[in-house]
Design a protein around this ligand. Structure first.
Ligand code: PLP
Length: 392
């Protein structure tokens, strides 16, 4: 790593600001990482170089970001990708026809669509199960299972999955890698590698970049051989991000700790307010003591982020009205930015999930998902108040 000056015990914020960047390694010692746009590098002699040969295979700005990402998750290697789904595509490319993926049933809509389409084309078997009951993981594993895929908390039902328990089950079989999509919590709130996960995957587009202006993804791993395979595939498939985007995410990581603290605090206050509202029937927020997996949340995370769901007493009509009455909460997909967002998963993020699967998962037309941003909590509460008053 290029940051040998960082004490191994450095705290999260210190790492987020300094990991991956040693100013004296660069010409003129710049305080922040330069954006290197060069697509090729001068070699000392034919095939005599420092590992920088061509921009797709390696880039110094990208390396800085990757070193920072690895440090934050406590992993040995990180790989940046041009989107979260780009990372997923490369991970699925580790498999061959006849292999089996066991996935948790409640997933980001785009991941659900990608897995279903890619697996069908590549002749990879794919099954979904509710991982909150660990027996479903045990019973879901087959002889050809090579990958277990999960999000915790899940989306948009906010079920919490015991990562260590899933890994223990996977360990009783050969050659299964456990992949955890940690987009909703970031390493500030949850570090899946500490619980035995083999790969942590991110949509950096969300909290990690946090400013609603970059699409990017990443994967963090400990195993050297797995990292080599992923690097080979990323280069061979050409799934690489731009140096500018890498710089932007690296810059955003410097405020990750501060941002996540505020998202966490504000969303919990809003969830508690909603819980008391007469027209709210359910609040799905793992930071609430009433959440069915509150104890597991306390064990596995340092709290919950700004994204959660609630159900109201109306139907589709009321959902539409509520979303349109918001003034601060922007009616938009996505999450994890400074701006608060509100969405209707059944018609938006999860429209690509089959109607049957949506019904099974309880993704009804009265389930609204919020991404609580960084505005003043009181202003957000005022916005909710006025919208509810206008509709109910
Ligand atoms: C957004 C998202 C993705 C996909 O990431 P992109 O950067 O949009 O490709 C994957 N998983 C989760 C949980 C997400 O929220």
């Amino acid at each position: 790593m290029a940051d040998g000056f960082l004490a191994p015990k450095a705290g999260f914020a210190t790492k987020a600001i300094h990991a991956g960047h040693n100013p004296s390694k660069w010409y003129s010692s710049p305080a922040v990482v330069p954006i290197v746009t060069s697509t090729t590098y001068k070699q000392r002699g034919p095939n005599d170089n420092d590992g920088f040969v061509y921009g797709r295979s390696a880039n110094p700005t990208r390396n800085s970001l990757q070193d920072a990402l690895a440090a934050l998750d406590g992993g040995k290697h990180a790989l940046a990708f041009p989107s979260g789904l780009g990372a997923t595509t490369v991970l699925v490319s580790l498999l061959k026809h006849g292999d089996h993926i066991l996935s948790c049933d409640d997933l980001y809509g785009g991941t659900n669509r990608l897995l279903r389409n890619l697996c069908a084309k590549m002749d990879i078997e794919l099954t979904f199960a509710d991982f909150t009951n660990i027996d479903n993981v045990k019973n879901g594993i087959k002889n050809n299972t090579r990958m277990i895929w999960l999000e915790s908390p899940t989306n948009p039902s906010f079920k919490v999955i015991d990562i260590a328990a899933v890994k223990n089950v996977a360990n009783t079989h050969k050659d299964i890698i456990v992949i955890v999509d940690n987009t909703f919590l970031t390493p500030y709130l949850q570090r899946p590698l500490d619980f035995g996960a083999d790969v942590v995957v991110y949509s950096l587009t969300k909290y990690m970049n946090g400013h609603t202006d970059i699409i990017m993804g990443a994967a963090v791993v400990n195993d050297d051989e797995l990292a080599e395979k992923l690097k080979f595939l990323r280069n061979a498939l050409g799934v690489v991000p731009s140096p500018y985007d890498c710089y932007m995410v690296n810059r955003s990581l410097k405020t990750l700790a501060l941002r996540m603290e505020q998202h966490k605090k504000s969303s919990l206050a809003i969830a508690k307010w909603l819980q008391k509202h007469p027209n709210v029937t359910e609040v799905l927020h793992p930071g609430l003591p009433t959440h069915p997996q509150y104890a597991l949340t306390q064990k596995q995370t340092s709290g919950h982020s700004g994204v959660f769901s609630f159900k109201h007493s109306g139907g589709l009509k009321e959902s539409r009205q509520l979303l349109q009455k918001f003034k601060l909460f922007l009616l938009a997909e996505s999450l994890g930015g400074c701006e608060s967002l509100a969405s209707l998963p059944s018609l938006m993020t999860h429209a690509s999930v089959s109607a049957e699967q949506r019904a099974e998962l309880g993704i009804t037309d009265s389930l609204v998902r919020l991404s609580v941003g960084l505005e003043d909590t009181d202003d957000l509460l005022e916005d909710l108040k006025q919208a509810f008053k206008a509709v109910f």
